[in-house]
Design a protein around this ligand. Structure first.
Ligand code: AHR
Length: 866
């Protein structure tokens, strides 16, 4: 009997758990089984993944889910790669489905993934065939007598096969015949939209229903997640102000993590060089390379430098560098003094009248008498702002340090270096730092930016990435030992965001910054695999550090603990002490991996590193990784690895529309408390056009109330990314924008700061009664109450994402209130507003009190209880 409900309604009921899936549109006239065709198309350059169609008679075919991609390739870079060409689907004797596909027209690799239901697919692997071969047009057959699969493919007009029993290990390729290949069962089928090639299997009708359901649930969710405030006028037409009654339930209070709000620093958007790292000279070491930036010839060792004037030449040499890690240096030949070598800084050098600047450079006189360099800061009108003479009286590299004091301010000065006599001088590591760095540290951080971060009161700092941590290919992984020790011996490298990383802001500086702001350091090291979107490094991104190098790599990770915490008598503790910090940095957490593609290659390496860390440093809390999304293969497989290894915490990432945050406030309510804890290491609400505005900020504030509620399983969170320099931004939205002169915190920043400054150690549940019963209304009002053990203060956070006021009454239910005045902070504005700031006031509170939540607002009330 057909259900008297619409298909969509049924899907929703199934989704919500009210209707068993196998009852979805059950109908006695439906077939027990049908034919299922699997195929893909060349549309969108083969990016659309694996499709299905069904048929009762192999003649009339019905596409499922409007070419929905049930399985998509995760191989190689976004854009050009992640293609699925000619997928071949087969079912093994245990009813497991295997899909083999061709990745592209060049690589000697192919892809495999398996599924028990065609809906949920496990991890992908990318086995290699012979060097120089291409893997095109796969066709797979099963040899019953040997119990082996023959994976056949075409390469340059010839046919080859590799043999496997388990789709994990494969024989070496051998040539095969066209007729053997043709037995691989590819079929041509006419669909309503045209001719396609694929494989036909007989499946149960319920398998088709599951496929349909997957698509329809996806559509349904897409609708919810796509909800934005731009539809609010219609969605909430005629809505009257809403009333909410909160009654605290102090008897049910539970402890929550005291590390909930931290920051995630990644060198993206010029966050480090040209950003937080206070160095004012760009390309100080002459190490920029075209390969840093997609082989851009203008991005070279002389980028940001120019020689102006006559009778002089400038060259970059590598014959006798200061250090092998820093191989390039400039050679300035002057036959008659007058010419100047100019550095333009990062969009100019901003100097302030009266401020002192530490200048240092390495030089050596190669030819001519002992020389001198006139070093000046000069503004746009060629007025000299500061000047100093630097002697060069050495024939081997020598560092000279001096101070420049600015006579006047300028937003975009340049540094000029002018030899005062004829001769040839070599120069390297030309550096200029304001003395007013954050906490006055040498080689320090830009004070205003660092202070803006510190104002969040982050309980931890995750660094150095993000994708920067695992790198674009193995050679680009961020190796921490390259970033400590003397600056001239650090190893700069290509930043995968398309620029150059000096490593001047390295592990020492990160640890120091954490200490300076009282945040726990949370370094993330690669899990011996590189970024899931890398274009280089083994078979696409997942070659992994070769097994024969793993011992050395694991030792490097263990050494990080020694560097941070070891006594000065240890090898690495000594290096830390030599940098000026004999006391340990008290490292407690290490992230291993960053949203990696979860493959066998990953799991093997992650487990090796994790086990070694557990054995050598059980005191360190290791944080694993579960992919870049809140669902899907990497998320599922990452959690399987977490379950297997029992890693204490995993790092989850998701960038999603505000609608997702509104409709998934229960995301962590269901998390199993006996499993690994969660670090929500990267998240942000993304609207089309990627603004950071009141709408995104309120969606984040709303979601964070649910994070506080789940602060027993979610241990840490950090918005991402943190910093972005105007004009150099690869990713948006970001939390804090800046230019050389100004810091521009976003509205999202204020949400983070309010959560950071008003964090708690205990969560007090509250019963909530809302006068309007519409789901759309209820989901847009959220509250959270926490108590801070140190001060005893109670913090009530209230979010209203409705276009009308929410009149709220709070019943403290016996929680004592000390003094009648409470601090009230309100962030509100039109959803599109980007520049609203929180407003502080005092308000009367008591055992019961009322507060009106303005439309589109976030309110924080801090109440003294002692
Ligand atoms: O935060 C920006 C990027 O987003 C990070 O580098 C990466 O981990 C994620 O994909």
């Amino acid at each position: 009997m057909r259900f008297a409900i619409s298909r969509l309604c049924a899907v929703v009921l199934c989704f919500l758990g009210f209707l068993p899936v196998n009852k979805l549109l059950a109908n006695n006239s439906e077939p027990d089984s049908v034919y299922l065709l699997s195929y893909t198309t060349a549309k969108n350059n083969y990016h659309n993944g694996l499709h299905f169609a069904w048929s009762r008679d192999r003649q009339n075919w019905f596409p499922i889910g409007n070419e929905f991609g049930y399985l998509r390739s995760d191989y190689g870079r976004w854009g050009a790669e992640k293609r699925m060409i000619d997928p071949f689907l087969l079912r093994d004797a245990s009813n497991t489905w295997h899909c083999i596909w061709s990745l592209n027209e060049n690589d000697n690799a192919f892809a495999h993934a398996a599924s028990s239901d065609l809906v949920n697919w496990g991890r992908q692997s990318y086995p290699l065939v012979a060097n120089g071969q291409r893997f095109m047009k796969p066709a797979v057959s099963f040899n019953k007598s040997t119990n082996q699969y023959h994976v056949m493919y075409e390469s340059a007009g010839k046919y080859f096969k590799v043999i496997t029993k388990d789709f994990k290990t494969y024989s070496a390729p051998v040539e095969t015949t066209a007729s053997a290949y043709n037995n691989g069962a590819n079929e041509t089928v006419f669909l309503p939209e045209g001719k396609v090639n694929g494989q036909i299997h007989r499946v149960t009708w319920s398998a088709v229903e599951e496929l349909v359901k997957k698509f329809e649930v996806q559509q349904y969710r897409g609708g919810l997640h796509g909800e934005t405030t731009s539809q609010d006028a219609t969605r909430f037409a005629g809505l009257k102000p809403v009333e909410m009654k909160l009654q605290l339930q102090p008897a049910n209070a539970k402890p929550i993590s005291d590390l909930l709000v931290g920051v995630f620093f990644e060198d993206i958007n010029y966050a480090a060089d040209g950003g937080l790292y206070a160095e004012l000279i760009q390309n100080r070491g002459f190490e920029y390379q075209p390969s840093d930036r997609g082989n851009d010839p203008n991005w070279n060792s002389l980028h940001s430098w120019k020689l102006v004037g006559e009778n002089a030449t400038l060259q970059v040499e590598t014959a006798a560098p200061i250090h092998a890690n820093n191989p390039h240096y400039a050679v300035l030949r002057t036959t008659q003094p007058g010419a100047v070598l100019i550095n333009q800084g990062f969009d100019g050098i901003t100097v302030k009248q009266g401020d002192k600047y530490d200048l240092s450079l390495f030089s050596k006189q190669l030819e001519g008498k002992k020389g001198k360099l006139q070093v000046r800061l000069v503004n746009k009108n060629k007025e000299v702002l500061a000047e100093v003479i630097v002697p060069v009286n050495n024939s081997s590299w020598k560092k000279t340090s001096t101070v420049l004091t600015a006579r006047a301010s300028a937003p975009d000065a340049v540094l000029e270096i002018k030899p005062v006599s004829a001769g040839t001088v070599a120069l390297d590591m030309v550096s200029l730092f304001p003395q007013k760095t954050f906490k006055g540290r040498k080689n320090g951080l830009r004070a205003d930016l660092a202070q803006t971060i510190a104002d969040i009161k982050p309980r931890f700092i995750r660094f150095p990435g993000g994708c920067v941590a695992h790198g674009d290919g193995l050679e680009n992984m961020y190796r921490w030992p390259n970033t400590v020790g003397p600056l001239e011996a650090r190893k700069p490298q290509r930043n995968l965001w398309g620029y150059h990383q000096t490593a001047g802001l390295g592990y020492f500086e990160y640890f120091q910054f954490c200490e300076d702001i009282g945040a726990e350091p949370l370094p993330v090291v690669p899990a011996a695999v590189s970024c899931q979107n890398s274009g280089t490094g083994g078979a696409g991104q997942q070659g992994g550090v070769p097994m024969e190098e793993m011992d050395e790599y694991i030792q490097e990770v263990l050494d990080l603990v020694e560097y941070a915490n070891g006594s000065v008598k240890t090898k690495w503790g000594k290096v830390r002490a030599e940098a000026g910090h004999p006391a340990p940095f008290n490292l407690k957490y290490i992230g291993i991996g960053n949203e990696d593609l979860i493959t066998d290659v990953f799991e093997e390496r992650f487990t090796m590193i994790f086990n070694a860390m557990k054995e050598k440093h059980p005191e360190i809390t290791v944080i694993g990784t579960v992919g870049p999304f809140f669902e899907g293969t990497d998320y599922e497989e990452g959690w399987h690895v977490a379950d297997k290894t029992n890693v204490p915490m995993v790092d989850e990432h998701y960038y999603l529309p505000p609608g997702w945050f509104i409709h998934n406030q229960d995301f962590y309510d269901k998390y199993d408390r006996s499993k690994s804890k969660v670090y929500l290491g990267e998240y942000a609400a993304h609207l089309p056009g990627r603004p950071n505005n009141i709408e995104t900020a309120l969606a984040e504030a709303l979601y964070l109330t649910s994070i506080e509620r789940n602060g027993d399983v979610v241990a840490m969170t950090s918005y991402a990314p943190l910093l972005a320099k105007e004009g150099h931004t690869q990713w948006s939205p970001d939390l804090i924008y800046f230019n050389n002169a100004e810091v521009k915190p976003t509205v999202g920043y204020h949400v983070q700061k309010l959560y950071g400054q008003h964090a708690g150690t205990e969560y007090l549940p509250a019963t909530t009664a809302i006068s309007n019963n519409r789901d759309a209304v209820k989901k847009r009002i959220a509250s959270s109450v926490v108590r801070d053990a140190k001060t005893g203060d109670l913090v009530v956070k209230l979010v209203n994402m409705l276009p009308v006021e929410v009149k709220t009454s709070v019943d403290m239910n016996g929680v004592p209130v000390s003094g009648k005045e409470a601090l009230k902070v309100v962030l509100k504005g039109e959803p599109a507003s980007k520049d609203t700031k929180p407003v502080e006031s005092r308000m009367e509170v008591g055992d019961n009190f009322n507060v009106e939540l303005a439309p589109y607002s976030f309110t924080v009330i801090r109440i003294k209880t002692r």
